[in-house]
Design a protein around this ligand. Structure first.
Ligand code: C2E
Ligand code: CA
Ligand code: CA
Ligand code: CA
Length: 275
């Protein structure tokens, strides 16, 4: 058993070593990605459910690596966070999104609202409020056209988070609680945070299966009922089927996004949704 343990230990080390080398390489490449124009933003429509109309979009980062091809944000965002690169990358996302909002407005005369994901590192970055405020001023967008998506993990320090959230709100932007129900959550804090939207995590939408004999979608239904009582609008994410959509509509969900409507797409591909 002792020898086996040793072998396992060595195997684990080699695996860890390989991962670390890989991450160092990715970190170096990511450092250059911004200036080399390898980062792109794709947009996924968010549909208002009473009118069945696209009212907004979520901005989602894409990295096209010169030799490795497309790398998922699930893989490179953690590296960007750890290295601090998320700060310049995040600023680039905010600026690009504000410019895109104005471009769409000129093209379509519609005032779309676009959601931007924030990482915890950005959230606690001292000049983020200034970066956002400058982007709004420079592009001339209406601040309510920008929504910041935060997660529950960012709000662990309730007092600090509340101050930052009120700073954001003073700019006139909207705030969305992303992945709701998956992390640390204290329901009572929802009452003190100035939040506009709750996003029900995909895992709870996946559980909605109206063909099943079992009672399904209980968590999604519970979140919807609670949000209504708190006066929060709800966005369901990861909606893939008509059954899920029907269930959400029956339970008073306000907005939905997911493959059922559209995958995240580059700007050129979104024209048909904007007529
Ligand atoms: P998220 O914010 O929870 O974004 C939703 C993810 O679900 C996206 O993955 C989206 O492409 C995917 N999705 C949308 N509809 C469906 C559906 O119907 N079915 C399924 N199975 N998936 C769906 P993506 O684009 O790979 O992004 C992954 C995560 O990376 C995001 O999760 C977000 O946490 C992070 N991320 C993406 N862009 C940014 C960014 O600009 N900044 C930061 N800080 N994080 C970002
Ligand atoms: Ca999100
Ligand atoms: Ca999410
Ligand atoms: Ca998620």
């Amino acid at each position: 058993a002792k020898i086996e343990g040793r072998n396992n230990y060595q195997f684990y080390n080699a695996e860890l070593d390989r991962k670390l080398t890989e991450n160092v390489r990715l970190e170096n490449d990511l450092r250059k990605a911004l200036e080399r124009d390898e980062l792109q933003i794709h947009y996924q429509p968010i549909v208002e459910l009473t009118e069945k109309k696209m009212v907004g979009l979520e901005a989602l980062l894409r990295w096209e690596h010169p030799t490795l091809g497309f790398i998922s944000p699930y893989d490179f965002i953690p590296i960007a966070e750890e290295s601090g690169l998320i700060v310049p990358i995040g600023e680039w996302v905010i600026k690009s999104v504000c410019q895109q909002i104005i471009a769409w407005e000129k093209e379509t005369s519609n005032k779309y609202s676009v959601s931007v994901n924030l990482s915890i590192r950005q959230f606690y970055q001292s000049n983020l409020v200034q970066v956002i405020s400058e982007s709004i001023k420079e592009t001339g967008i209406d601040p309510s056209q920008l929504t910041l998506e935060i997660t529950e993990s960012m709000t662990m320090d309730v007092n600090k988070a509340t101050i930052i959230l009120f700073d954001f709100k003073s700019l006139g932007v909207n705030i969305s609680m992303d992945d709701f129900g998956t992390g640390y959550s204290s329901l009572s804090h929802l009452q003190v945070f100035p939040i506009d939207f709750l996003k029900i995590d995909q895992s709870f939408i996946r559980e909605i299966n109206t063909k099943s004999e079992k009672r399904t979608g209980i968590i999604a239904a519970t979140i919807l009922a609670m949000a209504q009582n708190l006066g929060l609008k709800v966005i369901a994410e990861g909606v893939e089927t008509k059954e899920q959509l029907q269930f959400l509509e029956e339970h008073g969900c306000n907005y939905a996004q997911g493959y059922y409507f559209s995958k995240p797409q580059p700007v050129e591909m979104l024209k048909e949704y904007m007529k």
